[in-house]
Ligand binder design. Structure first.
Ligand code: NI
Length: 135
């Protein structure tokens, strides 16, 4: 019997969306306010889903305290209150769009979780803008 367990997490981070080599005007045209050269912040809301079979012995798909600890180590500690472009190695060369941040989070979590699980990353950049990545 397969189902999905979810854990919510949160981080605040600053970023700037831009393409190197484009003028500030061109970056503004494509990325809008998110291209501000002096950076700005978002309150990111994260939902991580782990799909798998219910263990008949424990009744768990995954121990939520383990999932909580992995999200803290892989996402909250390295990303919270950071400037993603400047302080987080994954985004020094990669534009920190909500799409790319979700993909990076998915990859980091998939390296830590047993490969028997299907992982879903839902990431909100604003209450109305969000992406879902399932690998
Ligand atoms: Ni932004």
């Amino acid at each position: 019997m397969s189902l999905t367990v979810y854990r919510r997490a949160h981080f605040n981070a600053a970023h700037r969306l831009f393409k190197d080599g484009w003028s500030d005007e061109k970056n503004y045209e494509v990325f809008g306010k998110c291209s501000n050269p002096n950076y700005h912040g978002h309150n990111y809301e994260l939902e991580v889903g782990v799909t798998g079979d219910v263990d008949p012995e424990t009744g768990f798909v995954i121990d939520l305290s383990l999932l909580k600890a992995i999200i803290k180590e892989e996402v909250e500690t390295p990303f919270d209150h950071k400037n993603l472009n400047v302080e987080v190695p994954e985004f020094m060369e990669l534009n920190p769009t909500v799409e790319n941040i979700a993909i990076v989070i998915w990859k980091k979590l998939s390296e830590r979780l047993n490969e028997k699980y299907q992982i879903t990353v839902k990431l909100y950049e604003t209450p109305r803008n969000f992406v879902v990545y399932t690998g």
